[in-house]
Design a protein around this ligand. Structure first.
Ligand code: NAP
Length: 330
C-alpha cells in the first residue's frame, strides 16, 4: 500500500487554520492514554492527548489503588493520574481538554475532529476506555443523581448514616461496597446468582465487614422514588417472589461497555464492541493502535492498561519510523 504522510487535500483553507498536524494523537487520558503519552513523548514525537470527558478516566474516580506496583501503601486514583500526567508532560506530551467527535480513518493522515479544533494524525492511539453499564430498569434513569449512582467515590459521602444497596457480584461491587461502609449505616449487596464473581480477598473482606449483607439470586426490577430513591423492587430469580425494600441509595456495578462508538464501521470490533487488536496493539487499520479498556474486556487493571498504552506508543513510534514520507513515496 502506498502511504502519504504529507497531508490530505480535501480540506478547505478555513478548516485548515483550525487543524493541527501531529505525529501521534492519543484519544483518552486514562492509564493507557497517559502511559502512551509518556512513551511517545520520550521518543520526541510531541504527542497530543485528547483528554476526553474526564482526565484520568475511571481510575480518577477510584478512592485507593492498592495493586499498582510501587505504592505499597496504596495511592489515591486521582493522585496517581496526576503523577501520570506530570510525568508525560515533563517529556513534552501535551494534553488538550477536548473530546473527539468524528474520525476519518480511510485516509492518511487520519482526521480527528474535536469540539474546538481538528487534528491530522500520522498515527492514532485509541485509549477511550469504558463506561459503567446500566440496569435499564424503570426509575434508574429518572433517579440518577437522586440516589442512583455508578461511583461510590463520587457519591458515597452523600449517604452518611443511610442505608444503601449495591447491585453486582464482581470486584467493583465488593470494592465499592467496602468503601461505602465508611459512610453508610448499612450496605446490602444484591447479586443475581448464589456465587460471587469477585476475587477471594475482596470476598473475604466484604463478608467480614459487619455493615455489609448479601441478598443472592435476586435482581432489582424497579427503583422507586420521586425526589430521591426510597425503595427498590427485588425479584428472586429462582422462586419468582417479588418484594419491596427500603433504601436511600442504589449503587450499580454490573460491568462496563467500551467507548468505541466513534469507530463503528471503521475499526474492527468484537460482538461486545471491544476493538480487535493483534499482539502488537495494531487495529485492522495500519497506523491505528488501541490500548486499555476500549480493547480489553479481560484484565481492566491500571497496570495492564498502562502496559498496553506503553506498547501501543512503541508500535506507533516504530510505524512512524517505517513510514516516514521519504520511505513511502520511494
Ligand atoms: P464484572 O467482573 O463483569 O462483574 C459484573 C457483575 O455484575 C457480575 O457479578 C455480574 O453477574 C453482574 N451483572 C452483570 N450484568 C448484570 C445485570 N444486568 N443485572 C444484575 N447483575 C449483573 O465487572 P467489574 O466488577 O466491574 O469488574 C470488571 C473487571 O475489572 C474484572 O476483571 C475485575 O477483576 C476488574 N476489577 C478489579 C479490581 C481490583 O482488582 N481491585 C477492582 C474492580 C474491578 P454474574 O457474576 O452473574 O455475571
Amino acid at each position: 500500500m502506498k502511504i502519504s504522510l504529507s497531508g490530505i487535500s480535501s480540506l478547505s483553507s478555513a478548516e485548515d487554520s483550525k487543524i493541527e498536524r501531529v505525529k501521534i494523537l492519543i484519544l483518552g487520558s486514562g492509564p493507557a492514554g497517559l502511559a502512551a503519552a509518556l512513551y511517545a513523548a520520550r521518543a520526541d514525537t510531541n504527542p497530543v492527548v485528547l483528554a476526553g470527558m474526564e482526565l484520568g478516566g475511571q481510575v480518577s474516580l477510584t478512592y485507593t489503588v492498592e495493586n499498582y506496583p510501587g505504592f505499597p501503601d496504596g495511592i489515591g486514583g486521582q493522585e496517581l493520574v496526576e503523577l501520570f500526567q506530570k510525568q508525560a508532560e515533563r517529556f513534552g506530551a501535551r494534553i488538550d481538554f477536548d473530546l473527539a467527535t468524528e474520525v476519518n480513518l480511510s485516509e492518511r493522515p487520519f482526521l480527528v475532529k474535536a469540539y474546538s479544533k481538528s487534528y491530522l494524525a500520522d498515527t492514532l492511539i485509541v485509549a477511550t476506555g469504558a463506561t459503567p453499564n446500566h440496569l435499564n430498569v424503570p426509575g434508574e434513569k429518572e433517579l440518577t443523581g437522586k440516589g442512583v449512582s455508578y461511583c461510590a467515590t463520587c457519591d458515597g459521602w452523600f449517604f452518611k448514616d443511610k442505608d444503601v444497596l449495591v447491585v453486582g457480584g464482581g470486584d467493583s461491587a465488593l470494592e465499592e461496597s467496602i468503601f461505602l461502609t465508611r459512610y453508610a449505616k448499612s450496605v446490602t449487596v444484591v447479586h443475581r446468582r448464589d456465587t460471587l464473581r469477585a476475587g477471594a480477598i475482596l470476598q473475604k473482606r466484604a463478608k467480614e465487614e459487619p455493615k455489609i449483607s448479601f441478598i443472592y439470586n435476586t435482581v432489582v426490577t424497579e427503583i422507586i422514588g420521586e425526589e430521591a430513591v426510597r425503595q427498590v423492587r427485588l425479584k428472586n430469580v429462582q422462586s419468582g417472589e417479588e418484594w419491596l425494600k427500603d433504601t436511600d441509595g442504589v449503587f450499580i456495578f454490573i460491568g462496563h461497555s467500551p467507548n468505541t462508538q466513534l469507530f463503528e464501521g471503521q475499526l474492527e470490533m468484537d460482538a461486545a464492541h471491544y476493538l480487535v487488536i493483534d499482539h502488537l496493539m495494531q487495529t485492522n487499520v495500519p497506523g491505528v493502535f488501541a490500548a486499555g479498556e476500549a480493547a480489553d474486556p479481560h484484565f481492566r487493571q491500571v497496570i495492564t492498561s498502562a502496559g498496553m498504552g506503553a506498547a501501543a506508543a512503541m508500535r506507533a513510534i516504530h510505524y512512524l519510523q517505517e513510514h516516514s514520507a521519504e520511505k513511502v513515496s520511494a
